[in-house]
Design a protein around this ligand. Structure first.
Ligand SMILES: Nc1nc2c(c(=O)[nH]1)N[C@H]1C(S)=C(S)[C@@H](COP(=O)(O)O)O[C@H]1N2
Ligand SMILES: [Mo]
Length: 505
């Protein structure tokens, strides 16, 4: 285990020199995320939520620790076996590093290979201490040098801890350029500001989700084990592909110099269960994507354009495919640079991400975007589609009870039931609440900001003593009532009604 620890520590140090994304835990973790069947990934997101990445990394470390114990045990008998085993892990790390979508090639293999080499040497040396009888005072013949081993092992552990820590610290400071570039961003005043939020958009009900989700509490869903830290001054966005008669490359300053729009948009994740937390509403600033595409010569399919799919690629190799028709149909699809008045936080895609009102994030909201390719749905499947999710995924009409919480024990009498409902780009027209098997009763709807945003709702419930089931459903502006039919999140989003059971005292 010590040799394994030393290998990982040295790998971290080398990764700090190469790039943090090349560390073996990150490349092997990333490869496992990509190989994980959709159902397992969905299960992981459901059970560990945003901690899924931490759980994955701890899992990798636990597996490594067990394998290290096994290799160590065999190394005491046959040192060559131990050495070969550790080297094999180095090779696995190197292969993972080479096959990552954002791989930089040979240099990315160095952390795994050098780490494994150091681990092999250390294992050889320590195992040797356990095998070779060393004649010391008071020793019986065949005894091993306990004191020598303990000293060597302790020094190796201490040295590894220092090396690993230095590696991590250096990796952190490598992002200095990106952090500085973010601090230097001054978001220009939008040429097209958001309509002022109408009065009474936010209800004063304790426990309901705030109308605007703060950047800090905005959900985060992505496959990045290391949050990409992109230096905005070196960032470029390339636009190319089918029907792009004027391919172009934009810098971050190019985008800031354009006319910016500012819009309130609610973003939701296709992995959100009925009643789940992966929804947030923010005020975004950015460039209208349809205008930028039109400058590059792109036409919507309904206007004779040959491309029906826009594929966005991020710096970490994510690919996200969006219908060109949706982007060009007049809605506020944008390349966002600002979130709630700040440059995008790194976790949410600094310097630039895409947003398309009405579509789930995995088909619209590419973070850390760096490339836009116009293509067709027939000729290319992006990341999640390859893994069994739908090619097209408009947001399903959903409503959620935020308060009371499941299994709450409110006092009988008037209990405020409240929550949010969303049907982005269609708008919410009605929310109804049902108590037990009673009739549907209309809830009070907060004022609408735009049809791209969620709406809060509240319902004063006259609670009688005992256990009750509260259920909610919404109706969108097309007149469709939220379906009762339960669907899993895969392939195109969960459906069904949210209900909570509470006991009035
Ligand atoms: N580069 C990149 N962009 C991404 C993803 C990702 O894994 N990598 N996940 C998408 C998904 S599934 C969702 S729901 C949204 C979430 O955006 P947020 O983390 O800012 O809430 O980002 C989208 N953009
Ligand atoms: Mo998502």
């Amino acid at each position: 285990m010590l040799a394994g620890f030393a290998a990982l520590a040295v790998a971290e140090l080398v990764a700090a020199g190469v790039r943090p994304q090349a560390s073996p835990v990150v490349v092997v973790g990333g490869a496992s995320i990509d190989q994980t069947p959709a159902a397992v990934k969905d299960w992981a997101i459901r059970h560990f939520g945003t901690d899924d990445k931490l759980v994955l990394q701890l899992g990798i470390l636990a597996v490594l620790a067990l394998l290290a114990l096994g290799l160590g045990a065999s190394a005491v008998r046959r040192r060559a076996v131990g050495a070969a085993g550790v080297l094999l892990f180095g090779v696995i790390g190197a292969v993972a590093a080479l096959t990552r979508p954002d791989s930089r090639g040979f240099t990315d293999t160095l952390p795994s290979l050098i780490g494994a080499a150091v681990g092999t040497l250390l294992l050889h040396f320590l195992a040797g201490r356990l095998i070779t009888p060393v004649p010391v005072a008071d020793s019986e013949p065949g005894d091993w040098d306990r004191r020598g081993f303990v000293i060597a092992a302790t020094s190796a552990a201490a040295a590894s801890a220092v090396v690993g820590r230095v590696g991590r610290t250096l990796s952190g400071s490598r992002a200095g350029g990106a952090v500085a570039s973010r601090q230097q961003v001054v978001l220009p005043r939008p040429g097209s500001p958001a309509r002022p939020v109408p009065a009474r958009t936010a209800l004063r009900v304790e426990g309901v989700s705030p109308y605007v989700t703060s950047n800090k509490s905005f959900y985060r869903v992505d496959t990045a084990l290391v949050v990409p830290k992109v230096d905005a001054t070196a960032w470029h966005l390339r636009v190319h592909g089918k029907g792009v008669t004027r391919p172009a490359t934009f810098t971050f300053d190019d985008l800031l110099r354009r006319r910016l729009i500012e819009r309130d948009i609610t973003l939701t994740c296709v992995s959100n269960e009925v009643g789940g937390p992966y929804a947030g509403n923010a005020r975004w600033t950015g460039v209208r994507l349809a205008d930028l595409l039109a400058e590059c010569g792109v036409k919507a399919p309904s206007h004779g354009g040959p491309a029906d799919q826009l594929v966005a690629r991020s710096v970490d190799g994510m690919t996200i495919g969006t219908p060109v028709e949706d982007i060009m149909d007049g809605r506020d699809a944008m390349l966002a640079v600002g979130m709630n008045g700040e440059p995008l936080p790194f976790e949410h895609g600094f310097p630039v991400r895409m947003l398309v009102p009405g579509l789930y994030g995995y088909v619209s909201a590419c973070k850390w975007i760096q490339d836009i390719e116009l293509t067709t749905f027939d000729s290319y499947d992006p990341y999640w589609v390859k893994r069994g999710w739908a090619r097209k995924a408009p947001v399903k009409t959903q409503s959620r009870i935020d308060t009371p919480k499941p299994f709450a024990r409110p006092k009988s009498g008037t209990v405020m039931v409240a929550g949010v409902a969303w049907a982005q780009h269609r708008g919410i027209d009605k929310v109804e609440v049902r108590v037990d098997d009673g009739p549907w009763q209309e809830a009070h709807l907060a004022a609408e900001d735009t049809r791209d945003t969620w709406r809060q709702w509240s319902f004063p419930w006259q609670a009688t003593k005992g256990s009750h089931t509260l259920t909610v459903r919404a109706t969108d502006r097309t007149g469709s009532v939220q379906t009762e039919k339960r669907a899993r999140t895969i392939p195109d989003g969960a459906s069904g009604w949210h209900s909570v059971v509470v006991t009035a005292q």
